[in-house]
Design a protein around this ligand. Structure first.
Ligand SMILES: [Zn+2]
Ligand SMILES: [Zn+2]
Length: 352
């Protein structure tokens, strides 16, 4: 291949994402979008997706070693398209956003490039600037595309300066900072509150942390019978409520599914998705056993007359024990508390 080199071809930053690097090069060379750069590199549309990115061709036009580009590419692990590497850290495809672009304009303005952690689906906000990430254009309302004129410019020409003004709790920001640290190998940006399990999660891998947040968030939303999607901000906020006052809120959550004799002893649950999933399953099994036992006792008891039944029968609603938790844990949505800073005094349903 004899593709000409780009006039300007600086090296990528070690924590930059590949598509952001291409966009930066495109802007530096005065192109209207990366399409021109791909054309120069003779890359076909099928050669720009993360699963089949033609690194060799990009290496030629940028005069960069392919290995350097490989390090910042979100690439599949071997032939398995369900698992990817983000800056060398394994992440399942279910936890990634590989299509739409997402960015914190303030980070880009300060650093001059887009960091790779924005490919992780849970990164809905920036823990440094405490603001929602931009993934829709405030002017044309289109999803932010990688094919745009510049790092901070939408394809419609509008600057990426309009964004949702949402307030994030300290725990949500701590979780976002933890994800960013683990993805980039960065130092913590935020201090860890003593009531959060910072030490327990210090050596957790990126994938384990993402799995843990998902398990806790899904469980919390289910327990509150929430119609919120187990995705993005809803998931993050729900999980955050179980990390707060560690481990009291999680203990209470388990106890509300079904009390267990071990509740009175010291809490020794490992902080990983599998252990928590097992603990939750055990509690639900215990609850089913108790329900069945109660129903059997009731069936064995001589039935009162219809008249007596109407006046004094203690009615047992078995269906409430078959699915999600409806115990005394506070699940009523208290919207006024959702933006309380820094740590809410009680668990709430986080519904919105
Ligand atoms: Zn930022
Ligand atoms: Zn736009």
């Amino acid at each position: 291949m004899n593709s000409p080199q780009l006039v300007r071809h600086p090296a990528p930053h070690p924590t930059e994402c590949l598509h952001g690097y291409v966009l930066r090069l495109s802007e530096l060379n005065g192109y209207a979008s990366p399409r021109h750069l791909y054309h120069l590199a003779e890359m076909k549309p099928t050669e720009i997706s993360p699963t089949s990115f033609a690194l060799t061709k990009l290496a030629t036009v940028t005069n960069q070693p392919q290995s350097r580009l490989q390090r910042i590419a979100v690439s599949p692990k071997g032939g398995d398209s369900r698992e990817f590497y983000v800056l060398g850290k394994r992440v399942g495809i279910a936890y990634l956003n590989l299509t739409g672009a997402r960015v914190c304009p303030e980070c880009v303005a300060e650093k001059g490039y887009i960091e790779a952690h924005w490919h992780i689906d849970l990164m809905v906000a920036c823990p440094i600037h405490e603001r929602t990430a931009v993934w829709f254009c405030g002017k044309c309302r289109s999803r932010l595309s990688w094919n745009r004129p510049g790092l901070l410019t939408c394809k419609c020409g509008a600057p990426l300066s309009i964004y949702l003004r949402e307030k994030y709790s300290e725990t949500e920001l701590w979780l976002l900072d933890l994800i960013r640290q683990k993805a980039l190998g960065a130092v913590p940006h935020r201090p860890v509150d003593a009531s959060l399990p910072g030490a327990q999660l210090a050596t957790t891998t990126l994938q384990s942390l993402l799995s843990l947040i998902r398990v806790l968030g899904e469980q919390r939303l289910k327990a509150c019978r929430s119609s919120n999607r187990p995705l993005g901000r809803d998931l993050l906020r729900a999980a955050a409520s179980l990390f707060e006052k560690w481990p009291l809120n999680l203990q209470r959550h388990l106890r509300n599914i079904s009390p267990h004799p071990s509740d009175d002893q010291s809490f020794s649950l490992s902080l990983d998705a599998l252990s928590i999933q097992q603990a939750i399953s055990e509690r639900f099994a215990l609850r089913r056993q108790k329900t069945q036992s109660t129903l059997k006792k009731e069936a064995d008891t001589p039935r009162p007359t219809d008249h007596h039944q109407l006046s004094s029968k203690p009615h047992i609603v078995a269906s409430s024990d078959l699915g999600t938790n409806a115990g005394p844990e506070r699940c009523a949505s208290t919207k006024s508390q959702q933006h309380t800073h820094p740590v809410r005094p009680q668990m709430d349903c986080d519904g919105e």
